[in-house]
Design a binder for this molecule. Structure first.
Ligand code: HEM
Length: 325
């Protein structure tokens, strides 16, 4: 998804089989149950700490800057073994990669800066391994038939870092706003927090955050409905339209947190389906649950019309979300 604007070794989100499968397999082996379990405990702590930080910023805080962005950034650092003190750097480079306003030169420069950062980290982890994913990936190369080069390892790590924080951050921000805008649904959730699992799926279905991510080149003529898409065309698959398909979802434009929207395609479909979806689900469940537990009276601090939207980047969401409680 994020590699579509440039090619790099290891950056498999924009690659086809068999190269895509080769790299993806290396990474799936690192998303172990043990690592996810350990991370889940950390996520609870990260979310709780960040909510206390947000409370300290009150009576009005920006939910995006104080909560929605730092949580996934901290989590992806924890997963990979990146020092969070670097977050301003990688958040800025990722924003450049995702912006539709940047020039190809700026995209290449941001990609180069991130790749160099990751290459340095790969070399550092070779000397001082920890128990995070990047060290695990390096360690797994010892027994590999075709070990990954440092550039490939850096490309994989870079893709995870960029794919793993802006997405979840915008779902946390936009999802919170959606709930605040549907008070009857929010009341249902607050009355029974066990609904958070289905609420997360419904919020993912209802809110399309991946606006221009799924770009594909058509390799053979395809007939979709009455439309023939000839080989050689490029297409953008709209997950948002699919998630509001009335043939799939009854009253698709209504938010219903009890719907059980299991067939949504917010995480894509097919071989490129999101590799971090289980992690994203954990972050969102813990995030919404703890947010409304900690601030039961959370509300917007500005009129809805004054909320600013991210219309100039590949990942949609809110720029800022001033809230009070
Ligand atoms: C709410 C949060 C997230 C959403 C909505 C989301 C959505 C998506 C979508 C739609 C794709 C498919 C793109 C395509 O078909 O071209 C994708 C791919 C991917 N995502 Fe996510 N994602 C999220 C969180 C994460 C996280 C937390 C991680 C990492 C920890 C991650 C890692 C990846 C990777 C590595 C791919 C590429 C998979 C491949 O090409 O085989 N994502 N994501």
């Amino acid at each position: 998804m994020f590699g579509d604007r440039f090619e790099r070794p290891g950056l498999f989100s924009s690659q086809d089989p068999p190269v895509h499968g080769f790299y993806r397999k290396q990474l799936t082996g690192q998303f172990t149950v043990k690592r996810m379990k350990r991370l889940e405990q950390r996520i609870e702590q990260i979310v709780a700490d960040q909510l206390e930080y947000m409370a300290s910023r009150g009576p009005v805080a920006d939910l995006v800057a104080d909560f929605a962005l730092p949580v996934p950034s901290l989590v992806i650092c924890e997963l990979l073994g990146v020092d969070y003190s670097e977050h301003a750097f990688f958040e800025q480079q990722t924003a450049t990669l995702l912006s539709v306003k940047t020039t190809p030169e700026q995209v290449i420069a941001a990609g180069d800066a991130l790749a160099a950062f990751m290459l340095k980290l790969v070399r550092q982890k070779r000397n001082e391994p920890d128990d995070a994913l990047l060290s695990g990936l390096i360690e797994a190369q010892r027994e590999a038939e075709r070990p990954l080069t440092d550039d490939e390892l850096a490309g994989i790590a870079m893709m995870l870092l960029t794919a793993g924080h802006e997405t979840t951050a915008n779902m946390l921000g936009l999802g919170t706003l959606t709930l605040l805008h549907h008070p009857e649904q929010l009341a249902k959730l607050k009355a029974d927090m066990s609904l958070v699992d289905t609420a997360v799926e419904e919020l993912l279905r209802f809110n399309g955050i991946i606006r221009i991510g799924q770009v594909r080149l058509v390799t053979q003529d395809v007939q979709i409905g009455r439309r023939l898409i000839p080989a050689g065309s490029s297409v953008v698959a709209s997950g948002m339209a699919a998630n509001r398909d009335p043939e799939k979802f009854e009253n698709p434009d209504e938010l219903d947190i009890t719907r059980g929207a299991v067939h949504h395609v917010a995480f894509g479909h097919g071989i490129h389906q999101c590799l971090g979806q289980q992690l994203a689900r954990i972050e969102l469940r813990v995030g919404y649950r703890r947010l409304f537990d900690r601030f039961p009276d959370l509300r917007l601090a500005i009129p809805l019309e004054d909320v600013t939207w991210r219309t100039d980047t590949a990942i949609y969401g809110v720029r800022e979300l001033p809230v009070t409680w």
